[in-house]
Design a protein around this ligand. Structure first.
Ligand code: CP
Length: 311
């Protein structure tokens, strides 16, 4: 069904320049919401639970004068009640843009292949690009220029890590990650992030020792050890991730005043302690807030109206 519609399925779908433009757009919209999406409609399809993604998309679209509706797995039955390609083509007759939260990346790719309107990945097992945009927007608000600033992700090489590493590496950041052996990022993503770091003037460091990744880092990020759908592996993962808990001891190796980041929901007391979540450096709830503006900017960008934003 080849068409020229832009989708956001992976953080790798955006160049470094486009990410910077999106971040500027998000900041401008946050300062001054503008009715760019009047008459535009967003549908959100959820095959997994959500708090932040659903509410932040709906509110973000509302801030820009558009409307949003959320549909859950039971209502749509993507690929079960109805073929993915049929759902995709039907929704495109009703709305202007769709965000899909589902399981494998192949599902959202198939959905997009048959879509004549933009499709946004609202989380798959492999990526979470909307989260990464909000995370980096949050750091940009704190630091201004992101180039050369250091961020260390400590934990599972999951969807959140994948999109974050791609995005940070695209922007010239000193990007580090520590995961236990066997829990690292996929090979293609490491190659892509390395290439992006090389061309943006950034750095990519992948290690298995969390202390090595965190040493002197200005922001430290973690996420759950067991993601949605991996619940049967939880016990094994608790053993394999021993030493990766983001606690005061581990944080003591970071730069003075380093920021603490987590995409939420957190398993308090597992990958991160209460003390660290509640510490002065924690910007976790700023990240959650910025989902609204990062996604609003992404929608405006994909619908071709982001250049109309007053900056
Ligand atoms: N971080 C995130 O995507 O949160 P939800 O799963 O609640 O949407």
């Amino acid at each position: 069904m080849g068409n020229q519609v832009r989708h956001l399925l992976s953080a790798a779908d955006l160049s470094g320049e486009e990410i910077s433009f999106l971040l500027d757009t998000a900041s401008a919209l946050k300062r001054k919401p503008q009715p760019l999406l009047k008459g535009k409609h967003l549908a959100l399809l959820f095959e997994k639970p959500s708090l932040r993604t659903r509410v932040s998309f709906e509110i973000g679209i509302h801030h820009l004068g558009g409307t949003a509706m959320s549909l859950n797995a039971n209502e749509v039955g993507l690929g079960e009640r109805e073929a993915i390609r049929d759902v995709s083509r039907v929704l495109a007759r009703y709305v202007d843009i769709v965000a899909v939260r589902t399981f494998g990346q192949a599902i959202v790719e198939e959905y997009a292949e048959f879509s004549s309107i933009p499709v946004i990945n609202a989380l798959t097992n492999e990526e979470h690009p909307c989260q990464a945009l909000a995370d980096i927007l949050t750091l940009k608000e704190k630091w201004g220029d992101l180039r050369g600033r250091s961020i260390a992700f400590v934990g599972d090489g999951n969807n959140v890590a994948a999109s974050l590493i791609l995005t940070a590496a695209s922007l010239g950041m000193d990007t580090r990650m520590a995961a236990p052996k066997g829990y690292g990022l996929p090979e293609w993503l490491v190659s892509e992030a390395s290439a992006r770091a090389a061309s943006s003037g950034g750095k990519l460091t992948l290690v298995t020792d969390p202390r090595a990744a965190i040493r002197g880092a200005e922001a430290v990020y973690t996420d759950v050890w067991t993601s949605m759908g991996q619940e049967r592996e939880a016990e094994r993962r608790r053993i394999d991730f021993a030493g990766f808990q983001l606690n005061s001891d581990l944080m003591s190796g970071a730069a003075l005043g380093a920021f603490v980041m987590h995409d939420l929901p957190a398993h308090r007391g597992e990958e991160i302690t209460d003390e660290v979540i509640e510490s002065p450096g924690s910007i976790i709830f700023d990240q959650a807030e910025n989902r609204v503006w990062a996604q609003a900017a992404a929608v405006a960008f994909l619908l071709g109206v982001a250049h109309q934003v007053e900056r």
